[in-house]
Design a protein around this ligand. Structure first.
Ligand code: DGL
Length: 302
C-alpha cells in the first residue's frame, strides 16, 4: 500500500538549482518540494568525476531518505558526471531495498541536460551552437554527445567558465569582476567559432549572469575586432536558460508517469536545506528566488 506523502527533491551544489526550482514551482505549484544546496562543498565544477559522483550520491540518498519520490539534479555538473551511474547502478539497488523493506514507492532521479538540448535544433539558424558550462561539464562532453544524438550536423563549441560559479556563490555577480569574466569567456568562445548564433547556459548558476551576458552581446563596446579572424556580430545571439525547459519537461514526465505522480503530496510547500550556515543561505537565496525564505542546515556524509 502506497503512502501518499512524497515530495519532489531538487538538488544543486549550491544556489544555482534555485533558478530551476523557481520555474518548476511556477509551473507545478501544487506539489511539495525539498531543496538541497551542498554549499559547503561548492563549486563542484572544478572537481574530478569521483568526487562529484560521491557528493551527488550522498545528496540523492539523503533526499530519498527524506521521502522524495523524484530527485531533480538541478545541476549540470552532477547531471553530466553522476546521473547515469546513479540511474543505472545505484537506483536499482535502492529501489530493490525499498521494495523489500517497505513494499511501496519506486524512486527516480532526473537530470537537466536532456530537456535543455531538445530545444536547440529549433532555435539555431546557423547550426553553430555554443555551450557555456563548468570545467567538469565541458570535460564530460555530455552536451556534445546529447546534441549529436538528437540532431546531425550541428557545430558545437564548448567554453569552460571556471570563475562564474565562484563569483555567484560569493554574491559577486553584479560586480565589475563579474563583468570582466563575462567578457573574457564570451570572447574566448566567439574566437573559437564566430558563427555561433545560440548560446546555452549549461550551468544552473548562470541565469544570474544572464543580464550581463546579454549586455555584453548587445552592446559589446569591449570587443576589439582585431581579436577575431572576421568581424563578428553578436546582437542576434540567442541565449538558452534552463529553468523553464526543465519545468516543462518535469510536468510532462509527471503526466506520463502516474507511478510517481500518485505518490506526491500536494500542499504547495517548499523546505530549504543547505550544508552551509542556514542564515547565510537564506539571505543569498532571496536574490535567486525574489522572496524571503527560511533554511535549515544539514550535514552530508563525511
Ligand atoms: N549549478 C551547477 C551546474 O549547473 C554548478 C556547478 C558547480 O558547483 O560548479 O553545473
Amino acid at each position: 500500500m502506497q503512502r501518499i506523502m512524497a515530495k519532489i527533491g531538487v538538488f544543486d551544489s549550491g544556489y544555482g538549482g534555485l533558478t530551476i526550482l523557481r520555474e518548476i514551482r511556477k509551473q507545478l505549484p501544487e506539489y511539495d518540494y525539498l531543496y538541497l544546496g551542498d554549499n559547503a562543498r561548492a563549486p563542484y565544477g572544478t572537481h574530478s568525476f569521483d568526487v562529484i559522483y560521491h557528493y551527488t550520491l550522498q545528496a540523492v540518498q539523503y533526499l530519498l531518505e527524506q521521502d522524495c519520490a523524484l530527485v531533480i539534479l538541478a545541476c549540470n555538473t552532477a547531471s553530466a558526471k553522476a546521473l547515469r551511474t546513479i540511474q543505472q547502478r545505484d537506483l536499482p539497488i535502492i529501489n530493490g531495498e525499498r521494495l523489500r523493506v517497505t513494499g511501496y514507492g519506486k524512486r527516480n532521479v532526473l537530470g537537466v541536460i536532456r530537456p535543455t538540448v531538445e530545444v536547440v535544433p529549433a532555435i539555431t539558424k546557423s547550426g553553430h551552437v555554443g555551450i557555456l558550462a563548468t570545467p567538469a561539464t565541458v570535460s564530460s562532453e555530455s552536451y556534445v554527445l546529447e546534441l549529436e544524438k538528437i540532431s546531425e550536423g550541428l557545430q558545437v563549441t564548448q567554453q569552460a567558465c571556471p570563475m562564474w560559479v565562484p563569483l555567484i556563490e560569493a554574491g559577486e555577480h553584479n560586480s565589475d569582476g563579474a563583468k570582466f569574466f563575462v567578457g573574457k569567456y564570451l570572447r574566448e568562445i566567439l574566437a573559437k567559432d564566430p558563427q555561433i548564433d545560440t548560446l546555452v547556459l549549461g550551468c544552473t548558476h548562470y541565469p544570474l549572469l544572464k543580464e550581463k551576458i546579454e549586455g555584453w552581446l548587445r552592446y559589446h563596446e569591449e570587443i576589439e575586432e582585431s581579436e577575431f579572424p572576421v568581424a563578428i556580430h553578436t546582437e542576434h545571439i540567442q541565449i538558452i536558460a534552463q529553468g523553464d525547459l526543465v519545468a516543462k519537461s518535469l510536468a510532462d514526465y509527471l503526466q506520463r508517469h502516474s507511478e510517481y505522480r500518485d505518490q506526491l503530496s500536494q500542499n504547495g510547500t517548499c523546505v530549504y536545506l543547505t550544508t552551509e550556515n542556514a542564515d547565510r543561505f537564506a539571505q543569498s537565496a532571496e536574490q535567486f528566488l525574489g522572496l524571503p525564505i527560511q533554511a535549515r542546515s544539514i550535514q552530508l556524509g563525511n
